[in-house]
Design a protein around this ligand. Sequence first.
Ligand code: S3P
Length: 427
Amino acid sequence: MDMNIKKSAGLRGELVIPGDKSISHRAIMFGALADGTTEITNFLQGADCLSTISCFQTMRVTIENGNDRVLIHGVGLHGLQTPEKMLDVGNSGTTTRLISGILAGQSFTSTLNGDASIQKRPMKRIIDPLTQMGANIHSLNNNSCAPLEIRGGNLHGIAYQSPVASAQVKSCVLLAGLYADGTTSVTEPVLSRNHTELMLSGFGAQVTSVGTTATINPEPELHGQQIAVPGDISSAAYWIAAALAVPNSELVLQNVGINPTRDGILRVVESMGADITRENVHTVSGELVCDLIVRSSTLHGTTVSGELIPTLIDEIPVIAVLACFADGETVIKDAQELKVKESNRIDTVVEGLLAMGADATATDDGMIIRGGRTLHGATIDSHLDHRIAMSFAVAGLMCDTPTTILNADSVVISYPDFYESLKKISV
Ligand code: S3P
């Protein structure tokens, strides 16, 4: 599907932000491994999270996906059944890496595979620690990518120094640690999102975090929980950027998760001069949540680097778009991880911005954007990357001529109602 986007005269109104993708995945996985029933509300009905549901159903976990709640009938830590077919992870890196940690602890052999994009995403980062723990993982194409065959069982606790700040790697190793013969810890170069640590503790696991090290004890009793999923700040990010850059805008974004390991975009736009306020700050299922009020603002460039990067890694494409409407230069660095997302997001972002007439340069670990030019509508291929589709839809709202997004339906991965929401808030 293609989508045409026209210059916006203003964005106004209120939006309830759909559930957080990372938290929705974890709620399914931990609910499946718990004893008793887990009830999830505001679950993200995005294609990635549906892939997680289908993988656990393939291992005979009963999951009822109703309209406003998901019920998981947990089978306990050792209750998963041998899958009779390949586990299909679709487009989802989170499903692939987290489920691999769980599969490494099972007494059966399983295989998993996903779409063309997933078959290019690096899996050495999880194969290495899981192999150190004693699992036997075979990349069936011998390229350290999916499809993977995972022969689990008899894992040892390890103290793993991860070379990358990745919550998927950290979570994978911690989940394998549930099945190890001793304590498992993961130390990251920079702290990544900590939803696994928070939610697993809530289910009854013994997880501690000190600095950038998370530690878990094996064989906990996990108990079913009620989880209210906060709105996804990575989805709110598109409206934050759009409301700041489109004149005559004021948006209320309800129920946005602002966990400090995820809120980097707020810190960045505040440093650029954004008029954005947090109201009704409270905690839901162990996660900090608030409503955001965002108004059109005059922005200036900034530097985004270092410890901030993991707190906004998925928001960089739309931050780059926003930087085109800020005075001066914005430098994004230390973000090499962008190259191994659903697309190479350094390339896909800079290519799209150049097509619109922006002043943008790709670097080895990020990009440099000089703001202030008028952007022109262009035909932008999403490269089947949901965040590229949405970031350039936002850019299109500020272009002087219409923009066409090709493969625009890739938004189903994380924000199925994105275009309907855009229509709702357009004046
Ligand atoms: C995620 C972690 C991040 C992020 C992804 C979701 C998670 O990936 O980009 O969208 O749910 O743990 P990395 O762990 O590869 O940084």
